[in-house]
Structure formats: structure tokens, C-alpha cells
Ligand binder design. Sequence first.
Ligand code: MRU
Length: 358
Amino acid sequence: MLIGDQNIQSIWYDLETDAVNIIDQTRLPHEFEIITLKTLHDACHAITTMQVRGAPLIGVTAAYGLYLALRKDPAVLEQAIKELLATRTTAVNLRWALQRTEQVLIPTALRQRAAKALETAQLLEKEDIAICQSIGEHGATILKALWKEKQSSKSVLNVLTHCNAGALATVDWGTALAVVYKAAAAGVPVHVWVDETRPRNQGAALTCWELGKYGVPHTLIVDNAGGHLMQRGDIDVVLVGSDRTTLDGDVCNKIGTYLKALAASDNDVPFYAALPISSIDFSAGSDAIPIEQRGVEEVSCIAGIDESGLFRQVRIAPCDVRISNYGFDITPARLVTGIITEQGVFEANRDSLQKLLG
Ligand code: MRU
């Protein structure tokens, strides 16, 4: 991600200082702050408080968390995995990254475990960048084809996205937004409608911020506007990420995604999910996906900066109201036009996705 004249990732390891650095996403878009994670506790805290978020980035942060734990005490592997696994439950990349690191560490002697954990985290970091670029390229072919079809009647290709599936949700580039960035770079005049994504407003705060950095034209809308825009013919394609997708092609993503898919289906708008293969849970169906239920203050309050630039959280609901806060929902495969991965575009069904099992 180009910030000023510097290329910055959402997480990176600094060899000189032996430090793991992240962008504090809870401060964006108002402040750009880099935090150093020094301990396992710091890594767990960063994931639970959503200083880092987005399924692929959570996975890479967890891998670095294991390194930080083993750097202090190489004997705590199992306990550290347990603590990291408990930080967030829906994004399957967390489990995937920890299992992959564990497989490398179990046969490794205690005194070499920290070094091996670091090596693995760095490998996952690098792989994530390459994977996201490849997702972007495969997805861009879809946008190019759509643009070819529509350019005689339209001045821009309109994409709708939900939550943040961009560079900030991964190490760099993103999943759904990598598709946008690659298509824009290939000359498709993309405009993105950005759902604000209540309750945490990842769309308003993060997607708008990074689309601005990439210079992609975009418009922020309230979460309920998508259906109306589709009825008007103002959306050509819906592109979202995923926190966990099943082998049957059901797509679990930020709460509200399902409603966008329903509206897309009703209006013949193609609906694609872009995700790394590490976000596919090959072991279980959608009934087994744990849907995070998050803090009630995310719903009862809203946070931002006031006119003097101070961070504030204000209450928007009565003090004693009962609140429910599901973080994710599941879009059934029948509403999904295709799954864009680093290995190409697949139909959202078992016959197609099981080709990825190799
Ligand atoms: O709760 P978050 O911000 O971690 O959720 C992330 C999402 O749901 C995003 O939509 C994203 O698509 C999945 S990660 C690329």
C-alpha cells in the first residue's frame, strides 16, 4: 500500500530491531499509527481489539504471535496456540496459520523453535502478498469482461463492496479490493460503492481510506442503500471477501453480506466472493461455522472524531436496551456467481471447489 512515498504493509517484521509492526486500524482513518507487537499478549490484544482484522491478516498476525511467544519461552507452543485460537472465532485463516506453523514446529528442537516460527511467519507474510496479487489478476479478468460488455452504455464500471477486503485486511493488496486495483491498473474505469458496514464501520473508515490512497473513485453509502442502487441499475457487480467459505460454496462474511447477495440475485447483478484458499474450510459445512457475537457497545455506541479532532464514543441507543450483535452471516452458494481464488475462478459448489484439494 502506497502511503505518501512509502510502500507499507499491514504487518511486517523488522530484522534490525527484531520487531513485529502493525498499522493500528482502530485509529484509521483519522490517525496513521504504527504499533510494535512485543509479546504474545500484544499479538492477542491486537487481534481481539481489531487493531488488526480481516481473515488473512489475522492468520499472519497469529503466526507472528507464536514467534513472539516462543522467543520468550520455546516450551509454550501448545498454550500459545490455545490463546491465539481464542482471539477470534469465525475467520478460519487463524486456525489455518496456526496449524501450518505447528506442523513445522513439532519436529523442531526446542532451541530452534523461535527461529523456525519466525521463518514460517515471514513465509506466510510473503505468500499472502503473492496470493492476493493473483486473486486480483484472476478477478480483474471478470471486471474487464464486464466492462467490455457495458462500456457502450456506461461511463464507469460500478462495483459494490461490503466491509473491508482490501490491503488492510491482508498483508497487502487485499482480496476483493485487489480485484478492483488490478482492474483499475488495467484501464477499467472502476467506481466503488462502499457500504459503511455497521457496527464497526470498516467500509467507512478503512475501505474509503485505502481506496483514496490507491486513487480509486468511490462513494460511501449506508448499508441499506445497496438494494435501491441495484434496482436503479447503478451496480454492475458485487465483490466481497470472506472469513470462511465451505466446500459447498457457502460464503461467510461480514454481517449484511447475505442481504446484498439477495438483492443482487433479485436484480441479476453478479455476486463474487474473492478469497485465498486458506479461507476455505474443507472440513465442515456452514452449520458448523462459529458466528462471532461481539460486544454490545459496538451497536449501542458510535465512535469517531469530533470537530476539535478528539476521539469520542457516543451512545445512540437507550442505556437499558437489549442488544444482539452477530458479526458475520452466511450467503448460500446458490446466490454466489463465483469464487475468485489465487488459482482461478470457481463455481460455488463442491464439484468445482474440490478441484482445489489437489
Ligand atoms: O471483522 P473483520 O473486520 O475482521 O471482518 C472482515 C470481513 O468480514 C471482511 O469482509 C473481509 O472480507 C474478510 S477478510 C478479507
